[in-house]
Ligand binder design. Structure first.
Ligand code: ZN
Length: 418
Protein backbone atom coordinates (compact mmCIF):
# COMPACT_ATOMS: atom_id res chain seq x y z
CA UNK A 1 0.00 0.00 0.00
CA UNK A 2 1.29 3.44 -0.92
CA UNK A 3 1.06 5.84 2.00
CA UNK A 4 0.70 9.63 1.62
CA UNK A 5 4.27 10.02 2.94
CA UNK A 6 5.79 8.06 0.05
CA UNK A 7 6.94 10.32 -2.77
CA UNK A 8 5.37 9.28 -6.06
CA UNK A 9 4.96 5.51 -6.16
CA UNK A 10 7.67 4.48 -3.72
CA UNK A 11 6.58 1.70 -1.41
CA UNK A 12 7.69 -1.09 0.88
CA UNK A 13 8.00 -4.45 -0.86
CA UNK A 14 5.55 -6.66 0.99
CA UNK A 15 5.75 -9.79 -1.14
CA UNK A 16 8.64 -11.53 -2.88
CA UNK A 17 9.32 -10.08 -6.34
CA UNK A 18 9.56 -13.54 -7.91
CA UNK A 19 7.37 -16.00 -6.00
CA UNK A 20 4.99 -13.63 -4.22
CA UNK A 21 5.78 -15.19 -0.82
CA UNK A 22 5.47 -13.04 2.28
CA UNK A 23 8.13 -14.50 4.54
CA UNK A 24 11.45 -12.70 4.60
CA UNK A 25 14.65 -13.33 6.46
CA UNK A 26 16.37 -9.98 7.24
CA UNK A 27 19.99 -9.96 6.08
CA UNK A 28 21.30 -6.42 6.57
CA UNK A 29 19.82 -2.96 7.22
CA UNK A 30 22.12 -0.36 5.64
CA UNK A 31 20.15 2.62 6.95
CA UNK A 32 18.03 5.40 5.47
CA UNK A 33 19.82 6.30 2.26
CA UNK A 34 19.27 9.15 -0.22
CA UNK A 35 18.77 8.24 -3.90
CA UNK A 36 22.25 8.21 -5.47
CA UNK A 37 21.47 11.04 -7.85
CA UNK A 38 20.51 13.40 -5.00
CA UNK A 39 23.48 15.69 -5.54
CA UNK A 40 22.85 19.37 -4.77
CA UNK A 41 25.26 21.88 -6.25
CA UNK A 42 28.20 23.06 -4.18
CA UNK A 43 27.35 26.25 -2.33
CA UNK A 44 23.65 25.54 -1.97
CA UNK A 45 22.17 25.68 1.52
CA UNK A 46 21.19 22.23 2.82
CA UNK A 47 17.46 21.75 2.36
CA UNK A 48 15.04 18.92 3.01
CA UNK A 49 16.02 15.73 1.23
CA UNK A 50 14.44 12.36 0.57
CA UNK A 51 15.81 9.26 2.22
CA UNK A 52 14.53 5.74 1.85
CA UNK A 53 15.09 2.62 3.92
CA UNK A 54 17.68 0.26 2.44
CA UNK A 55 17.44 -3.28 3.71
CA UNK A 56 18.54 -6.58 2.20
CA UNK A 57 16.09 -9.44 2.67
CA UNK A 58 15.98 -13.10 1.67
CA UNK A 59 12.74 -14.75 0.64
CA UNK A 60 12.20 -17.80 2.84
CA UNK A 61 10.18 -19.52 0.09
CA UNK A 62 12.22 -19.12 -3.13
CA UNK A 63 15.52 -17.77 -1.68
CA UNK A 64 15.54 -14.60 -3.82
CA UNK A 65 17.66 -11.96 -2.12
CA UNK A 66 16.12 -8.53 -2.62
CA UNK A 67 15.73 -5.12 -1.04
CA UNK A 68 12.73 -4.25 1.07
CA UNK A 69 11.77 -0.91 -0.43
CA UNK A 70 10.93 0.05 -3.99
CA UNK A 71 11.76 3.67 -4.78
CA UNK A 72 9.82 5.13 -7.71
CA UNK A 73 11.78 4.65 -10.96
CA UNK A 74 11.20 8.30 -11.88
CA UNK A 75 13.23 9.28 -8.81
CA UNK A 76 15.97 6.73 -9.46
CA UNK A 77 16.26 7.02 -13.23
CA UNK A 78 15.29 10.55 -14.24
CA UNK A 79 15.83 11.38 -17.92
CA UNK A 80 18.95 13.34 -16.98
CA UNK A 81 20.42 10.24 -15.25
CA UNK A 82 24.14 10.92 -15.42
CA UNK A 83 25.59 7.40 -15.53
CA UNK A 84 27.55 6.50 -18.65
CA UNK A 85 28.86 2.95 -18.82
CA UNK A 86 31.45 3.29 -21.56
CA UNK A 87 34.27 4.11 -19.22
CA UNK A 88 36.08 1.09 -17.79
CA UNK A 89 38.36 -1.27 -19.66
CA UNK A 90 36.84 -4.29 -17.92
CA UNK A 91 33.39 -3.41 -19.27
CA UNK A 92 34.58 -2.87 -22.83
CA UNK A 93 36.57 -6.11 -22.82
CA UNK A 94 33.60 -7.94 -21.35
CA UNK A 95 31.19 -6.83 -24.07
CA UNK A 96 33.72 -7.73 -26.76
CA UNK A 97 33.92 -11.21 -25.21
CA UNK A 98 30.11 -11.39 -25.22
CA UNK A 99 29.83 -10.51 -28.93
CA UNK A 100 32.56 -12.97 -29.92
CA UNK A 101 30.99 -15.72 -27.85
CA UNK A 102 27.62 -15.10 -29.55
CA UNK A 103 29.36 -15.33 -32.92
CA UNK A 104 31.01 -18.64 -31.96
CA UNK A 105 28.00 -20.20 -30.17
CA UNK A 106 25.06 -18.92 -32.21
CA UNK A 107 26.65 -17.76 -35.44
CA UNK A 108 25.84 -14.11 -34.75
CA UNK A 109 26.67 -12.03 -37.82
CA UNK A 110 25.08 -9.92 -40.58
CA UNK A 111 21.71 -11.73 -40.38
CA UNK A 112 21.42 -11.36 -36.62
CA UNK A 113 19.25 -8.74 -34.94
CA UNK A 114 20.59 -7.86 -31.49
CA UNK A 115 18.56 -5.69 -29.12
CA UNK A 116 20.06 -4.37 -25.90
CA UNK A 117 17.77 -3.37 -23.05
CA UNK A 118 19.08 -0.50 -20.94
CA UNK A 119 21.63 0.11 -23.66
CA UNK A 120 23.10 3.22 -22.00
CA UNK A 121 25.63 4.83 -24.38
CA UNK A 122 25.83 1.80 -26.66
CA UNK A 123 28.99 0.29 -25.19
CA UNK A 124 27.56 -3.25 -25.33
CA UNK A 125 26.26 -2.94 -28.88
CA UNK A 126 29.45 -1.60 -30.48
CA UNK A 127 31.30 -4.97 -30.60
CA UNK A 128 28.13 -6.60 -32.00
CA UNK A 129 28.07 -3.95 -34.72
CA UNK A 130 31.76 -4.69 -35.34
CA UNK A 131 30.99 -8.34 -36.13
CA UNK A 132 28.27 -7.23 -38.55
CA UNK A 133 25.08 -7.67 -36.49
CA UNK A 134 22.06 -5.40 -36.83
CA UNK A 135 21.86 -3.60 -33.50
CA UNK A 136 19.22 -1.61 -31.64
CA UNK A 137 19.28 -0.17 -28.13
CA UNK A 138 16.42 0.67 -25.77
CA UNK A 139 17.35 3.33 -23.24
CA UNK A 140 15.33 6.05 -21.50
CA UNK A 141 18.14 8.37 -20.35
CA UNK A 142 20.24 11.00 -22.10
CA UNK A 143 22.90 8.34 -22.57
CA UNK A 144 20.83 7.23 -25.58
CA UNK A 145 21.81 10.46 -27.36
CA UNK A 146 25.48 9.56 -27.00
CA UNK A 147 24.82 6.22 -28.72
CA UNK A 148 22.73 7.84 -31.47
CA UNK A 149 25.56 10.31 -32.05
CA UNK A 150 27.83 7.34 -32.73
CA UNK A 151 25.45 5.85 -35.27
CA UNK A 152 23.81 3.26 -33.03
CA UNK A 153 20.02 3.20 -33.53
CA UNK A 154 18.16 3.74 -30.27
CA UNK A 155 14.61 3.74 -28.97
CA UNK A 156 14.59 6.36 -26.22
CA UNK A 157 12.10 4.88 -23.80
CA UNK A 158 11.70 2.79 -20.66
CA UNK A 159 11.48 -0.95 -21.38
CA UNK A 160 8.02 -2.40 -20.78
CA UNK A 161 5.71 -4.90 -22.41
CA UNK A 162 4.20 -2.07 -24.46
CA UNK A 163 7.63 -0.85 -25.60
CA UNK A 164 8.57 -4.45 -26.48
CA UNK A 165 5.47 -4.94 -28.66
CA UNK A 166 6.00 -1.62 -30.41
CA UNK A 167 9.68 -2.35 -31.12
CA UNK A 168 8.82 -5.88 -32.33
CA UNK A 169 6.23 -4.43 -34.75
CA UNK A 170 8.63 -1.77 -36.07
CA UNK A 171 11.92 -3.67 -36.18
CA UNK A 172 10.95 -7.36 -36.01
CA UNK A 173 11.80 -9.82 -33.25
CA UNK A 174 15.39 -10.26 -32.14
CA UNK A 175 17.66 -13.30 -32.40
CA UNK A 176 19.54 -12.09 -29.36
CA UNK A 177 18.33 -9.82 -26.55
CA UNK A 178 20.83 -8.59 -24.00
CA UNK A 179 20.35 -6.87 -20.65
CA UNK A 180 23.58 -5.99 -18.87
CA UNK A 181 23.36 -4.73 -15.33
CA UNK A 182 19.70 -3.71 -15.69
CA UNK A 183 17.76 -6.97 -15.25
CA UNK A 184 18.01 -6.68 -11.46
CA UNK A 185 16.98 -3.03 -11.56
CA UNK A 186 13.54 -3.14 -13.16
CA UNK A 187 10.33 -3.29 -11.16
CA UNK A 188 7.64 -5.82 -12.04
CA UNK A 189 10.09 -8.43 -13.28
CA UNK A 190 7.33 -10.75 -14.54
CA UNK A 191 6.06 -8.10 -16.97
CA UNK A 192 9.66 -7.50 -18.06
CA UNK A 193 10.19 -11.20 -18.84
CA UNK A 194 6.91 -11.26 -20.77
CA UNK A 195 8.11 -8.19 -22.70
CA UNK A 196 11.38 -9.94 -23.50
CA UNK A 197 9.48 -12.96 -24.79
CA UNK A 198 7.32 -10.74 -27.00
CA UNK A 199 10.46 -9.24 -28.51
CA UNK A 200 12.39 -12.52 -28.87
CA UNK A 201 12.15 -14.86 -31.87
CA UNK A 202 10.88 -18.36 -30.94
CA UNK A 203 14.43 -19.74 -31.20
CA UNK A 204 16.05 -16.57 -29.79
CA UNK A 205 18.40 -16.23 -26.87
CA UNK A 206 18.12 -13.86 -23.93
CA UNK A 207 21.40 -13.03 -22.21
CA UNK A 208 21.46 -11.10 -18.97
CA UNK A 209 24.49 -10.03 -17.01
CA UNK A 210 23.89 -9.45 -13.36
CA UNK A 211 25.99 -8.68 -10.37
CA UNK A 212 26.30 -12.12 -8.79
CA UNK A 213 25.09 -12.74 -5.25
CA UNK A 214 27.80 -15.32 -4.67
CA UNK A 215 30.52 -12.77 -5.55
CA UNK A 216 28.80 -10.12 -3.47
CA UNK A 217 28.91 -12.29 -0.37
CA UNK A 218 32.33 -13.78 -1.07
CA UNK A 219 34.06 -10.40 -1.37
CA UNK A 220 31.79 -8.48 0.98
CA UNK A 221 30.44 -6.04 -1.59
CA UNK A 222 27.71 -4.63 0.60
CA UNK A 223 28.26 -1.32 -1.18
CA UNK A 224 26.48 -2.74 -4.24
CA UNK A 225 23.29 -2.72 -2.22
CA UNK A 226 21.40 0.38 -3.30
CA UNK A 227 17.88 1.30 -4.29
CA UNK A 228 18.35 0.82 -8.04
CA UNK A 229 19.40 -2.73 -7.39
CA UNK A 230 16.12 -4.41 -6.45
CA UNK A 231 17.21 -8.05 -6.70
CA UNK A 232 20.49 -9.89 -6.05
CA UNK A 233 20.45 -12.86 -8.35
CA UNK A 234 21.74 -16.34 -7.94
CA UNK A 235 21.21 -19.16 -10.42
CA UNK A 236 18.64 -20.72 -8.10
CA UNK A 237 16.37 -17.67 -8.00
CA UNK A 238 16.73 -16.94 -11.73
CA UNK A 239 15.87 -20.54 -12.59
CA UNK A 240 12.63 -20.11 -10.67
CA UNK A 241 11.85 -16.84 -12.47
CA UNK A 242 12.39 -18.26 -15.97
CA UNK A 243 10.46 -21.44 -15.16
CA UNK A 244 7.40 -19.33 -14.36
CA UNK A 245 7.54 -18.08 -17.97
CA UNK A 246 8.27 -21.38 -19.76
CA UNK A 247 11.87 -20.43 -20.23
CA UNK A 248 15.04 -22.08 -18.98
CA UNK A 249 18.70 -21.32 -18.34
CA UNK A 250 20.98 -23.27 -20.66
CA UNK A 251 24.43 -21.80 -20.06
CA UNK A 252 26.28 -19.82 -17.39
CA UNK A 253 29.51 -17.88 -17.27
CA UNK A 254 31.08 -15.96 -14.40
CA UNK A 255 32.52 -12.64 -15.59
CA UNK A 256 34.63 -9.97 -13.83
CA UNK A 257 32.41 -6.89 -14.32
CA UNK A 258 31.17 -4.85 -11.34
CA UNK A 259 33.33 -6.87 -8.98
CA UNK A 260 31.93 -10.26 -9.99
CA UNK A 261 28.93 -10.89 -12.21
CA UNK A 262 27.23 -13.82 -13.87
CA UNK A 263 26.22 -14.07 -17.52
CA UNK A 264 23.05 -16.10 -17.83
CA UNK A 265 21.87 -17.51 -21.16
CA UNK A 266 18.15 -18.31 -21.26
CA UNK A 267 15.68 -19.34 -23.96
CA UNK A 268 12.23 -20.82 -24.42
CA UNK A 269 12.09 -24.26 -22.87
CA UNK A 270 13.49 -27.04 -25.04
CA UNK A 271 14.93 -24.80 -27.77
CA UNK A 272 18.60 -24.90 -26.73
CA UNK A 273 20.97 -27.64 -25.61
CA UNK A 274 21.72 -27.39 -21.87
CA UNK A 275 25.44 -26.79 -21.35
CA UNK A 276 27.36 -28.42 -18.48
CA UNK A 277 28.07 -24.95 -17.02
CA UNK A 278 24.47 -24.83 -15.82
CA UNK A 279 24.71 -27.87 -13.54
CA UNK A 280 28.13 -26.71 -12.37
CA UNK A 281 26.71 -23.34 -11.36
CA UNK A 282 23.85 -24.92 -9.43
CA UNK A 283 26.28 -27.20 -7.61
CA UNK A 284 28.66 -24.32 -6.77
CA UNK A 285 25.79 -22.43 -5.13
CA UNK A 286 24.75 -25.47 -3.13
CA UNK A 287 28.30 -25.93 -1.83
CA UNK A 288 28.57 -22.22 -0.99
CA UNK A 289 25.35 -22.37 1.02
CA UNK A 290 23.30 -20.02 -1.15
CA UNK A 291 20.28 -22.27 -1.61
CA UNK A 292 19.58 -22.75 2.09
CA UNK A 293 20.70 -19.30 3.27
CA UNK A 294 23.74 -20.50 5.25
CA UNK A 295 26.03 -18.17 3.31
CA UNK A 296 23.99 -15.13 4.31
CA UNK A 297 24.01 -15.94 7.98
CA UNK A 298 27.54 -14.66 8.72
CA UNK A 299 27.53 -11.99 6.00
CA UNK A 300 26.10 -9.43 8.41
CA UNK A 301 28.84 -10.04 11.01
CA UNK A 302 31.57 -9.76 8.41
CA UNK A 303 30.11 -6.54 7.00
CA UNK A 304 29.96 -4.94 10.43
CA UNK A 305 33.55 -5.95 11.21
CA UNK A 306 34.71 -4.52 7.90
CA UNK A 307 32.99 -1.21 8.67
CA UNK A 308 34.63 -0.99 12.09
CA UNK A 309 38.03 -1.85 10.61
CA UNK A 310 37.67 0.92 8.03
CA UNK A 311 36.68 3.45 10.70
CA UNK A 312 39.71 2.49 12.77
CA UNK A 313 42.04 2.81 9.81
CA UNK A 314 40.63 6.24 8.94
CA UNK A 315 40.70 7.33 12.61
CA UNK A 316 44.43 6.54 12.78
CA UNK A 317 45.14 8.47 9.59
CA UNK A 318 43.14 11.49 10.72
CA UNK A 319 44.99 11.50 14.06
CA UNK A 320 48.16 11.94 11.99
CA UNK A 321 46.45 14.89 10.25
CA UNK A 322 46.52 13.10 6.90
CA UNK A 323 44.50 14.44 4.04
CA UNK A 324 42.28 11.86 2.35
CA UNK A 325 40.60 12.35 -1.03
CA UNK A 326 37.92 9.97 -2.27
CA UNK A 327 38.36 8.76 -5.84
CA UNK A 328 35.26 8.51 -8.03
CA UNK A 329 31.61 8.86 -7.15
CA UNK A 330 29.96 5.67 -8.44
CA UNK A 331 26.52 4.66 -7.17
CA UNK A 332 28.11 2.17 -4.79
CA UNK A 333 30.05 4.98 -3.08
CA UNK A 334 26.80 6.38 -1.77
CA UNK A 335 26.04 3.20 0.18
CA UNK A 336 29.58 3.03 1.57
CA UNK A 337 29.52 6.70 2.59
CA UNK A 338 26.16 6.35 4.31
CA UNK A 339 26.87 3.04 6.03
CA UNK A 340 30.30 4.02 7.35
CA UNK A 341 29.25 7.62 8.08
CA UNK A 342 31.94 9.34 6.02
CA UNK A 343 31.63 13.12 5.98
CA UNK A 344 33.52 16.18 4.77
CA UNK A 345 35.67 16.19 7.91
CA UNK A 346 36.90 12.67 7.20
CA UNK A 347 37.51 13.00 3.48
CA UNK A 348 38.32 16.42 2.06
CA UNK A 349 36.58 15.81 -1.24
CA UNK A 350 35.82 13.22 -3.87
CA UNK A 351 37.48 13.75 -7.23
CA UNK A 352 35.96 12.86 -10.58
CA UNK A 353 37.28 13.00 -14.12
CA UNK A 354 36.72 16.08 -16.25
CA UNK A 355 33.34 16.12 -17.94
CA UNK A 356 31.60 14.09 -15.23
CA UNK A 357 28.03 15.20 -14.53
CA UNK A 358 28.77 14.82 -10.83
CA UNK A 359 31.38 17.58 -10.66
CA UNK A 360 30.72 20.63 -8.47
CA UNK A 361 28.02 18.81 -6.52
CA UNK A 362 27.88 17.23 -3.07
CA UNK A 363 27.97 13.49 -2.50
CA UNK A 364 24.43 12.29 -1.69
CA UNK A 365 23.41 13.03 1.88
CA UNK A 366 26.65 14.82 2.76
CA UNK A 367 28.62 18.02 2.30
CA UNK A 368 31.52 16.19 0.65
CA UNK A 369 32.26 18.15 -2.54
CA UNK A 370 32.92 16.38 -5.84
CA UNK A 371 35.78 18.20 -7.57
CA UNK A 372 37.94 17.98 -10.68
CA UNK A 373 40.57 15.24 -10.50
CA UNK A 374 43.25 17.88 -11.26
CA UNK A 375 43.09 18.78 -7.57
CA UNK A 376 44.49 15.36 -6.66
CA UNK A 377 47.67 15.90 -8.72
CA UNK A 378 48.03 19.51 -7.65
CA UNK A 379 47.61 19.00 -3.92
CA UNK A 380 48.96 15.43 -3.57
CA UNK A 381 47.02 14.37 -0.43
CA UNK A 382 48.70 11.61 1.57
CA UNK A 383 45.89 9.14 0.85
CA UNK A 384 43.43 8.37 -1.93
CA UNK A 385 40.39 6.32 -0.92
CA UNK A 386 39.30 4.19 -3.87
CA UNK A 387 35.50 4.18 -3.84
CA UNK A 388 35.48 1.98 -6.97
CA UNK A 389 37.65 -0.49 -5.06
CA UNK A 390 36.46 -3.41 -7.22
CA UNK A 391 38.76 -2.06 -9.95
CA UNK A 392 41.43 -0.90 -7.46
CA UNK A 393 44.44 -2.10 -9.47
CA UNK A 394 43.32 -0.57 -12.77
CA UNK A 395 42.41 2.68 -11.02
CA UNK A 396 45.62 2.95 -8.98
CA UNK A 397 47.77 2.31 -12.05
CA UNK A 398 45.95 5.06 -13.97
CA UNK A 399 46.24 7.58 -11.14
CA UNK A 400 49.97 6.85 -10.78
CA UNK A 401 50.47 7.31 -14.49
CA UNK A 402 48.74 10.68 -14.31
CA UNK A 403 51.00 11.83 -11.48
CA UNK A 404 49.55 10.98 -8.07
CA UNK A 405 52.34 10.11 -5.62
CA UNK A 406 50.47 9.34 -2.38
CA UNK A 407 49.15 6.02 -1.09
CA UNK A 408 45.91 4.23 -1.83
CA UNK A 409 43.22 2.89 0.48
CA UNK A 410 40.96 0.08 -0.69
CA UNK A 411 38.00 0.13 1.74
CA UNK A 412 36.78 -3.43 1.05
CA UNK A 413 36.68 -6.38 1.53
CA UNK A 414 39.35 -5.85 4.23
CA UNK A 415 40.47 -2.23 4.40
CA UNK A 416 44.06 -2.01 3.21
CA UNK A 417 46.67 0.60 2.35
CA UNK A 418 48.93 0.02 -0.61
ZN1 ZN B 1 10.29 -15.71 -3.17
Amino acid sequence: MTTPLDPLNSKAISSCQICGGRHFQPVLFIGYVPPVNTMPEIGTTPGAEMRFPLEMLRCSDCSLVQIGYDVDQRILFPHEYPYLSGTTRILRDNFRDLAERCRDLFGAGPDTQVIDIGANDGTLLKPFRDIGCKVLGIEPSQAADVATGQGIPMVKDYFSKATASRVAAEHGQAHIITAANVFAHMTDIHAIVEGIKALLRPDGVFISENHYLLSLIETLQYDTIYHEHLRYYAVGSLRRLFEMHDMEIFRLQRIPTHGGSIRVFAARKGTQKIDASYAEGVEAERRFGLDDGRALADFRTRVLQSKLDLMKLLADLKRQKSRIFGIGAPSRASTLVTYTGLDDATIDCVVEVKGSHKLDKYMPGTRIPVLDEEKLYREQPEYALLLSWHIADELAANLRKRGYNGRFIAPLPEPRIF
